[in-house]
Design a protein around this ligand. Structure first.
Ligand SMILES: Cc1cc2nc3c(=O)[nH]c(=O)nc-3n(C[C@H](O)[C@H](O)[C@H](O)COP(=O)(O)OP(=O)(O)OC[C@H]3O[C@@H](n4cnc5c(N)ncnc54)[C@H](O)[C@@H]3O)c2cc1C
Length: 336
C-alpha cells in the first residue's frame, strides 16, 4: 500500500491531505505536524481572498490557483453553513498610483478601477483623502470554521494524524513513506532547508463591529478592516524577518488608532483579542516535485499573505503531481 506523509496541518497541508485521501481511499495518508487547528497561522489570519504579499509569484499562477480557490469558496458560500461571507472590497491609495488591471481580475466579480466620483465618495466615508483604488467582490472566511471542516473531511475519509516536530526531511519518521508532501509554511525554512523562506510578521486585533459590511485595505498606511461572519479584523503589520509571535504594544496602538482614524465608528467596537502570526514569506510560492534519494517530495509552501487565497488551487496541482506518480507506479507494476 502506498504511504503518503503530509507535513503540516495548516490550510495547505489539510487541503492536500483531503484531496489525496478522498481520491485514493486505499492510500495511507498521515498528516504529521507540530500544531493542528486552531493553532495554525491560517486560524488567526484575516481569511480574506486577495493575492497579497506573495512575492513575485507569476500572475498566471495567482490567476489559476486564486481562481480555483475563489470558485471553491463560492460553492461553500452557496451551500451555506461554513461561515463564508461575500462582500465588496476596496483597495485604496492616498498617493497617486497608476493601477493596472490584475490578470486575476478575470476570476472575480465586480472588478473595477475606481473613478474620481467613487474615490471622493469613499474619501467622505473613511475620513482620508484617497486618490486611487480598485474594488471587487470577494470572500472572507472565518478561518477556524474552514480548517475544522477540512479536518473533519480528512477524518471522515479515514486519514490519520500524528503530532510530531520534524527536524529535517531525513527525519527517521519519514523513512517508511513513499511520498512526502511538504506544506510546512515557515517551518520549511529549517526543515528543507530553504533560506528563501522568511517570516512576514502580522499583528491584528479582533473587534465586534457588525455594522462594518465591506472590506477595506489602505495600501499606503498598511491598515485593513476585514469583517467576517463572527467579528471584524483590524490590521495590521507586515514586518519582514521578524520572528516575534508575541503582542507588541506599539503595534496594538498603531492598529487600533489608525483603523479608528479611518473609520471613526470603530471607537464604539468591543475589543475581543489581539493576535500576531508569521506569514510564510518567499520570493515565490514553491510548488514542485523533487526526487531525493529515490523518494518523491512534493513541495507546497511559501504562500506569504495569500495562503487562504490560493490553497484550493495549489492542492489541485499537488494532486496532479501525485496522480502522475501513481500512474507511473501502475505502469512499472504491469511490466513486472
Ligand atoms: C496577520 C495575518 C493575516 C493574514 N491574513 C490573510 C488573509 O486575509 N488572507 C490570506 O489568504 N492569507 C492571510 N494570511 C496568510 C496565511 O495565514 C498564510 O499564508 C497561511 O496560513 C499559510 O498556510 P500554510 O498551511 O502554508 O502554513 P501554516 O498555516 O503556517 O501551517 C504550517 C503547518 O506546519 C506545521 N509545522 C511547521 N514547522 C513544522 C515542523 N518543523 N514539524 C512539524 N510541523 C511543522 C505547523 O504546526 C502548521 O501546522 C495572514 C497571515 C497573518 C500572519
Amino acid at each position: 500500500m502506498t504511504k503518503v506523509a503530509v507535513l503540516g496541518a495548516g490550510i495547505n497541508g489539510l487541503t492536500c491531505a483531503v484531496k489525496i485521501k478522498e481520491k485514493y481511499p486505499n492510500v495511507n495518508v498521515v498528516i504529521i505536524s507540530s500544531e493542528f487547528t486552531p493553532n495554525t497561522t491560517g486560524d488567526g489570519s484575516g481569511g480574506f481572498w486577495y493575492p497579497y504579499h506573495c512575492g513575485n509569484t507569476p500572475q498566471e499562477l495567482l490567476c489559476k490557483w486564486g481562481g480555483e480557490t475563489y470558485k471553491y469558496l463560492l460553492r461553500l458560500w452557496q451551500e451555506g453553513g461554513y461561515d463564508v461571507s461575500l462582500l465588496p472590497m476596496y483597495e485604496l491609495y492616498r498617493e497617486p498610483t497608476e493601477l493596472r488591471v490584475n490578470l486575476w481580475a478575470s476570476q472575480v466579480y465586480g472588478y473595477n478601477i475606481l473613478d474620481k466620483k467613487q474615490l471622493d465618495y469613499l474619501s467622505g466615508l473613511y475620513t482620508v483623502k484617497y486618490v486611487a483604488g480598485r474594488t471587487f467582490t470577494t470572500f472572507i472566511v472565518y478561518p477556524p470554521t474552514i480548517l475544522a471542516h477540512l479536518y473533519q473531511r480528512f477524518q471522515a475519509a479515514n486519514g490519520q494524524t500524528l503530532q510530531h516536530k520534524i527536524v529535517s526531511l531525513k527525519d527517521k519518521i519519514l523513512e517508511d513513506f513513499d511520498v512526502v508532501v511538504n506544506c510546512l509554511g515557515l517551518g520549511a525554512r529549517d526543515v528543507v532547508p530553504d533560506d528563501k523562506v522568511h517570516p512576514i510578521r502580522g499583528q491584528i486585533s479582533r473587534v465586534l463591529a457588525p455594522w462594518v459590511t465591506n472590506a477595506l485595505i489602505d495600501e499606503d498606511s498598511g491598515n485593513y478592516i476585514l469583517p467576517n461572519a463572527h467579528n471584524c479584523i483590524l490590521g495590521g503589520t507586515h514586518q519582514r524577518n521578524d520572528f516575534n509571535r508575541g503582542i507588541v504594544d506599539k503595534d496594538t496602538d498603531f492598529v487600533l488608532n489608525s483603523c479608528k482614524q479611518l473609520m471613526p465608528g470603530l471607537k464604539n467596537a468591543t475589543l475581543i483579542s489581539h493576535w500576531a502570526g508569521l506569514r510564510p514569506g518567499r520570493e515565490c510560492v514553491r510548488l514542485e516535485p523533487e526526487l531525493r534519494d529515490g523518494k518523491l517530495y512534493i513541495h507546497n509552501y511559501g504562500h506569504g499573505g495569500s495562503g487562504l487565497t490560493l490553497f484550493w488551487g495549489c492542492a489541485t496541482d499537488v494532486l496532479e503531481i501525485f496522480d502522475k506518480h501513481m500512474i507511473q507506479g501502475q505502469k512499472q507494476n504491469s511490466k513486472l
